[in-house]
Each structure stands twice: as C-alpha cells, then as structure tokens.
Design a binder for this molecule. Sequence first.
Ligand code: ANZ
Ligand code: ZN
Length: 803
Amino acid sequence: MKYNHKPIEGKWQKIWEDKGVFHAEDNSEKEKFYALIEFPYPSGQGLHVGHPRPYTALDTVARKRRLQGYNVLYPIGWDAFGLPTENYAIKNHIHPEIVTKQNIARFKKQIQSLGISFDWSREINTTDPDYYKWTQWIFIQLFKKGLAYKKEMNVNWCTSCKCVLANEEVVNGVCERCGSEVVHKVKSQWMLKITAYADRLINDLDLVNYPERVKAQQKNWIGRSTGAEVDFKTTTGDTLTIYTTRADTLYGATYMVISPEHPLIEKWADKLSNIDAIREYQAAAARKSDFERTEVAKDKTGVLVEGVKAINPVNNKEIPIFISDYVLVSYGTGAIMAVPAHDTRDWEFAKKFDLPIIEVVKGGNVQEEAYTDCATGIMVNSGMLDGLTVDEAKKKIISWLESEGKGHSKVNYKLRDWVFSRQRYWGEPIPIVHCDKCGYVPIDESELPLRLPMVESYEPTDNGESPLAKMTDWLETTCPCCGGKAMRETDTMPQWAGSSWYFLRYMDPHNDKALASKEAIKYWSPVDWYNGGMEHTTLHLLYSRFWHKFLYDIGVVNTPEPYAKRTSHGMILGENGEKMSKSRGNVVNPDEIVDEYGADTLRLYEMFIGDFEKAAPWSQSSIRGCRRFIERYYNLQTILNNADGIRPELESSFHKAIKKVGDDIENIKFNTAIATLMALINDITATGAITKEELRIFTILLNPFAPHVTEEVFEMCKLGDGIVAEQKWPEYDEAKCKDETIEIVVQVNGKIKTKLNIPVESEKNAVLDMAKADANVAKAIENMNIIKEIYVPNKLVNLVVKP
Ligand code: ANZ
Ligand code: ZN
C-alpha cells in the first residue's frame, strides 16, 4: 500500500485542532504535567531543522503523559522583541511590528506542519501590549523594592548595533549577535540587582533536578569566592585595599598590582614621575575586553607606579606597585597583592619584571614555576604562620588582621548586576519618568501598558540615545508624584525581559487583572520539565530564576524555583559535521523534508538521530530509513488477522517493548525507544501476521513519535473508540519482561571454554549437563576427575578438575 503523507497529516492536524484535544484544562482532578520548551525568536530566516529537535522531544513526553492520564500543559509563544527584527526593519524600511507579524505567521505555519501537540489557545507574544504590560509591572515592583536602579556605568558598547550589551552578550570581545567590535563607554544605565540573589541562586540549585553540567555552569557564572580584604598603607598615607582568597600567603607578597582604572592613580597623578607612560597604558587597556585581559596564556604587560610604594601589613616591608591589565577594576577591589611563588599570572609578571619570588608554602620549586597546587601545604618564611597548614594559616591571619583593624574576611562574586537598559526602539518601554523635583518615579500602574509609540525612524542615534528620545510629544509628561513637568525614560528593556517570566503567563494567558491568577499559578507551578539549549544556561536560565525568586518574595508565586527539572538538547549539525549556516551551504530546510517525507518522518528522524544531549550531524540516508520504517508500520494492516490478544510467541517482546519505550521516553533516550520499536516490528513481520491487539499496542507506542500515521492506521483498522490521542498508554507485566534466555560462561579450572545460552533461572543440574555436553568442555575434562562443580546462577559454571 502506498503511504501518502500529505493528505493524512493535514487531516489529523485539523481534527486535533477542531477537537481541542491538546488544550490543557484549568480545573482538573487529573495530575498536572507542565512541559516547556524555550519559545522561539521569530527570525526572518524561518524555522531551522534545529528547532524541531527539542519541540518533538517534549512533544513525545507530553503525548505519552496525556495517554497516561495527566492533564498536560504544553504551550508555545513568541519571544519577539529584539535586535534582529529591528535591524531587518531598518534595512528594509518596514515597521518592526509588521516584520514581527510576518515572521510569526511563517513560524506558526511551519511549526503547525510538524504536528506538535502545543496548546495554541495559550499562544503568547512578548511584543503584545497585553503581555508586556506585565513585564513593565514586574519592573515597577523591582524598582519599588530598590532592585532596579540607575547608575553611571562603564558599559560594553557594540559599535555596529550602537547599543549597550550585557557582559553575557559579549563573546570573545565581540558582540554575540553581530560579531562587531565591543568597546567600553560610560553611560547612565538601568540596572537590576541580581547580585542580591547570588547566594540563593547557588544554594537553591539543591532543590531542582538539573543536569550536573548545567548546575556547574550556573555556579561558575555566579562565581562565589571566599577570601579576605586586606588594607595596605602606602608611602603617601593612603590605604590600598586588596581582595585575596589566599590571605595565608601575605608574607609572599612581593609587589602590588592595581587595575589601570584604579581611582588612586588620579589621586597620585601629580606625584608620579612616569604619568605619561601610565596614561598611555590606561588608554591601551580601555580598548581591550575583560576576556583578552585575563587570558592566562597572554604575555604580561604593565607599568611601574613611580613615586609611591605599598607597605605589607605583616612585616612593614615597602613593596612596589604596578598597574597591569590582568587586574580587573570590576572584580574585588580592583587591586591585588601579588604572590608570584603561588600564582601563575603573578609569577609570569615577576619573571618579566625581575621581581623577588618568595616561597611561603612548602613543596614546589618556585624559582622554576609557580607552585599553585598548594592548598594543603605547610607554611614557611611566614613569621607567625610558620609551620601551620594553609587552612590554619588562613584562619590565624584573618583573625590577626581583624584584631589589628587591617582587614576582614569577605565573600565575592563574579556575577555583576544586570545592565537592563537598551538604547533601541524594539523593546518594552521602561515605565519610569524623571522629574527634577522627585527624581525617578514609576508611572501609575493603572496606566500600564506604557505602549511603544509609533516613530518615523527607529534607527539608533549616533550619540547612543534611543530613537524614543526624538519623540518630544511622548517624552514630555507629568510627574505622577508632584504633577510637575517630567520626562519619560527613553531606554527600553533588553530582549531577556519578556522571557524572564513567560512560563507564568501560559498558566493564565488572557488574564487582564494579574500576570496570572493565584489559582492558576498554584495549580500549574512549578514547570515540571523545561528543555532548552546549553547556550541559555548562564543567561536566560539565571535571569528567569532571579525574577521568579523576586516574585516569590513579593508573594506573586508560591514556589522558590520556577523549573523542577531541566534537560538540554544537542545541536543539529550539517551533513559535514559543521554548524549549519548559509555561508557553509549546509542548511537543511525543514519545510522540504516535511514536504517530501512527511512530518512523522522528520519527527522520528530527529528523535532517532543519536543521543539527545549531544550534537548530531544531519543524514539524508537516515531520513529515508525512518520513512521506510513508517511505511512498514503503515503496511502492517496488510497482514492483520482476526485472532484475539497478543500471540504467545510475541508476548515477551511486547511487554519488554512497552516497558522500554516508556522508560526511554522519560529518560530522554528517544533513539533507543525507536530502535526498540524497529526490533519489535521485525519480530512481528517474522511471524507473517499481526493481531488487532498487537497492532493497537504498537500504534499507541509509536504515536508520541509519529502521531499522524498512527491516528490514520488506528482509524482505518478500527482499533478502538475515539482517536489515539484519547487512548490509554499500555501497561506491562514485569514478570513477562524478563529475558527468557541468558548467556553464561563455562570455565574449566578457571579458564573460559565456552559460552552457553540457557533459559533464565535454569536449574543447576540441567546447566551442568548442558555445559559438559559442549565439545570444548568435554575435551578439557576428558580423563579428568571432577573435584568441584561451581554454578553461579545466570552467570557461570566452573568445573575444577584434576588428572
Ligand atoms: C593573592 C593570591 C595568592 C591569590 C595566591 C591567588 C593565589 P577568585 O577565586 O576568582 O575570587 N584577584 C583578586 N582581585 C582581582 C582582580 N580584580 N583582577 C584579577 N585578579 C584578582 O580569585 C581571587 C584571586 O584572584 C585573589 O587571590 C587575587 O589573587 C586575584 F597564591 O591574592 B590572590
Ligand atoms: Zn515630581
């Protein structure tokens, strides 16, 4: 029989939508299951074959859970603000709102052609004023709690996007989006105080089921470090405070390094004989990214601060001060004590500038290389610390510093507050006005949403102000506080804003009184399973956890964590193993695959392509293999007979398959679930027939992967009432899942002579008889006396023999 996928797939997509079978119920006695994928950015390129991988994976889970009787919420929406759309709009002179509408329409059509069981009645769009009203509302709550504030900042500035970037958006010194150079610039910015949540963002990882690599990345990004701040006096009478995680090594500090931006340089400027060289070095450092500056491998550079020295508080020795770009102004105190014996960067710097290297922890050869692996050593050359272990020395020196008023213990974080301003048009307006009398004041909540005004031109201005700054009508307003003249904020929010809380909106997407009702939040929270890309681990995942914790603190949500479980998929690469891109000419268009082979084939293929968590190269021949499997399944109806139930010879195969497919879907082992179904179809066709019950079970097991063809076969062969999506997931009998035969080894005097396939749990004597009957074994025991017969059930036989 010919399988004609086009009419069949279209037919079932329409039936599902008309019946609303995938609509989640808000009031249900059933147990809820909330599955979430990272909603797409509707770019101008349309859907990529990478998109369906996570969508299909969670669709498989969602469909299976529905069959198991869960009330499933599996929603979708559009993360539609942001630069790519705006840049496209500028280039083509189309308003970003229109571009967004067009892109969404195309994406929607493409996604719908895949037969993903999304609840389209809950579709959301971050650029919809009914949606961003609540993004703005959350911002106002953050502002009221002092967690949104304005600050003069040395920011990352993309020279091409003309826009401020968060640290996270700068990759290897260039803009993550456009690849252009990123420079530093001082600007007044809205900031969100994510650092206030740093500890909880680390500690609460204990509450969630995330892959270890995801937890580790989040912890590294937050970068909690426990150490001490130590005050060094200078010969000018100033205090130079440093941060160190190794206060125990204070006696080994032979010089100091301050960052080129350190404020003491300005204070000392008149006294420094080489101020010109220092200025030159500062200018060069400003052009480099933090990444370039702190790379361990790079050659160390620096300039001596001529005219001022520091005094080591433990021994009152005067030591030189350098400026060097390997010390960052934004971390710790922007100054360090250098301990070249035990720190690699300090050691390289000391060698280059010929500075003394003093060993303070025993064990290495510090004139040859830095001895850094010294967390457990014994202190030397360290006065009051001599003979102590590193841990003891840390405690002792910190309490000494505290008693002398020269330092104290201190926890530092790599995490910085979140730069939340963008000088662009296509984002949520920040709902704040500035009044000369009252300062920054949020607009009245009853005035939300504060809509983006229509502008003539959305190009950013060359001085770096948002295009909104040119809209005088919109700009000038009255102060909600004193009624006087006030000016609106012209910066907009970054693209991360809308995605920081969208999972809550799906719970109650049409609510106009709250971001979602208390009941909906209580019923649906937390998200049970969130799948997304590894590239979002340190950005979106952290930001949304932060917002959720804030909403928890103000009583809007009732769980401390938004996502109970997180999984991450690997990328789909081109057939050549490289990342798919236009320039490499290896892009596969999902529309063409759906057209030629059908959505079921594409879905099955994307789930079969290899370990879900790893990158996988595209393979056209494997696509054809998946299509053939679907055709084989479709043709099972040609061997359908009238017998009842499952035939005895297939009973074990079926029970095992039910167990394996179910377990594998839950454990994101989709590829082995499909392999199990492929093996089962072989077992079935080998018998030359299939019963209705066998076909019914096979159909339900295959349905989460290939929903269209299974619905069609279920209907054609009248396998039950209603449609497959309304059936029950089959159950298995554990006793029937046991392997009937098992391989054991047979040894003579401990040497392997043969392997035997025996029925599981065979009786000892029967196994011994089988073993002795084997030709190799028989030869080995010929003319021998058997001293001992050892049998380890289901594992081995060992015959101990003597001549
Ligand atoms: C003396 C020392 C001796 C250090 C030693 C290390 C090893 P984490 O763990 O990342 O917090 N440091 C401090 N502030 C810095 C800055 N603004 N830029 C660059 N480096 C900075 O690292 C803390 C360590 O990094 C600190 O401890 C300091 O060097 C350096 F055997 O102080 B240490
Ligand atoms: Zn005012």
